[in-house]
Design a protein around this ligand. Sequence first.
Ligand code: FEO
Ligand code: CA
Ligand code: CA
Ligand code: CA
Length: 560
Amino acid sequence: MKFLGLGLALPALNSCDSLIEHFSYNKNLEVSPGLEFNSLLGTFKSLEASSLDELVLPEGYSYDIIRSYGDVILRSKPESESEKSAENGVGQRRLEGSENAVIGVPEQLQDLKFGYNNDYIGFIPLSSDEALLAVNHEFLDPLDIPVEVEQRKAVGVSILKIKKDSHGLWKFDEDPESQREFNRRITANTPCAVSGAVAELYPEMTGTLANCSGAITPWNTVLTCEENYYLFDEVYKWKSFDARQYGWIVEINPLKPDSKPIKHTALGRMAHENCALVRSNDDRMVVYMGDDKERQFIYKFVSKNPVTMPKNFKNLDLEPHLSPFSEGDLYVAKLDKDLKFTELNSGKGKWLKLSLDNPILKSKFKSQAELLIETRLAAKYLAATPMDRPESLSVSPKDGSILAALTYSPAENNNFGSLFRIIEDNPHSESMTFHYENLIIGGKASGFACPDNIYFDKNSNLWLATDIDGAKLNKAPYDFQGNNSLFVIPSEGTHAGKALRFASAPSGAEFCGICFSEDYKTLFLSVQHPGEGGLQSRWPYGTNVAKSSLVAIYQELEWW
Ligand code: FEO
Ligand code: CA
Ligand code: CA
Ligand code: CA
């Protein structure tokens, strides 16, 4: 089995018993602060719970702000220069959505800005000291941005260049010339290509929004996941909103700034939280996905075609038909029993194919396009197993198992959520059956509640960020946790299975977008929605205006 960039040979896992034995998470957890752990980022002592309006880090660690909401990511050209480039057709991508230009100011003269509520962060190396970050913007507060024209520009994805300073710390690249090479905004106005069956009905779709989490592909493109698109219709009341154009996974090529994003409809339409990728042993791409809504499902996609990348490839030409995500089979998970996800449990499951080959689905849908648009409904017709809000999934490099964060579900009396594990019985691309474990239950004993973003580092230690609603923070039954936090759960050693707190978020914020630089010396993190739930936050600038921001966290240098 191959894993992204790792090429690890994995142990063969056959029976459920050997699987559970193999896994070293400790089910009898007791969490206390002050435990020392040697993470890839560095050694740290786990923090106590905090209710401070600060980004709290262990001793010896600091952070820098890379960008906050509203910061410029692409400085406009001086007027004389931009007239010239407009004549030459240069700067075309800055004219996208020109119907939304600020009145009286040509679009090519407007700075491009970092969007609202930053979430997923993807790291794309350019060299040892230059990289691109692809950053999602999840949703917005209409009190801050009341007008649709401006709302449309504040969502989507930001692509921005960062570079190391003379001390080796990553900073936003302030050079306007350098910014013009790759920096870009993909917004609710950007035209998108469409792949898969739905392209018959929609050859093109308009814009991307509700961009929650995502993934970087082995060929250095970004998959961005459209999640709560309903907000734009039901809450923000956008004019003529066509919901069928959203709820997809969208591939963006940050290395080709003039390329069109592609909506890959074969991966289904839902409230896509993230996608966890595996390049299987036959080189086909397998994608595991959660649908973050109560009583929704976990899905798996297997590409029809293998990925073929030439030696020393940079990245694939992003044509809809060339991406392995343009064609393949979509499955939904069904377990052998209905579970209470508030309890430890294990059992067997199978993947049910969502296609018109199934007589039940054939009787319900006219075409595969209609089925994909109504993915949730198709899964329900096959009696897939509803889960307590599947948010992020991540694949363990150690054993290839897939971990899902089931965040919480008031309707099921599940306050704290759990970590749910899937172990395929065969190679990822072929396996139609699996074993599962509801592995770690959130709550006071495990020390965390409402797991949301999870990420296995290359040592298979799990980084886990929580998302307790702002309005519920520091109140029973969530008070044990303090503010939302980032934990590390070691996979081996004395502290295996324990949630060790690495960072505590400012009031009302959640951490998301857990992303390491290639050398693991820097952790990029989104600090999203400080001040949520009516809380007062003055983070990060000590003013009355709290701002979601992207930060770089690292061990302090010796000379400090
Ligand atoms: Fe975008 Fe489910 O969090
Ligand atoms: Ca989330
Ligand atoms: Ca949130
Ligand atoms: Ca959440």
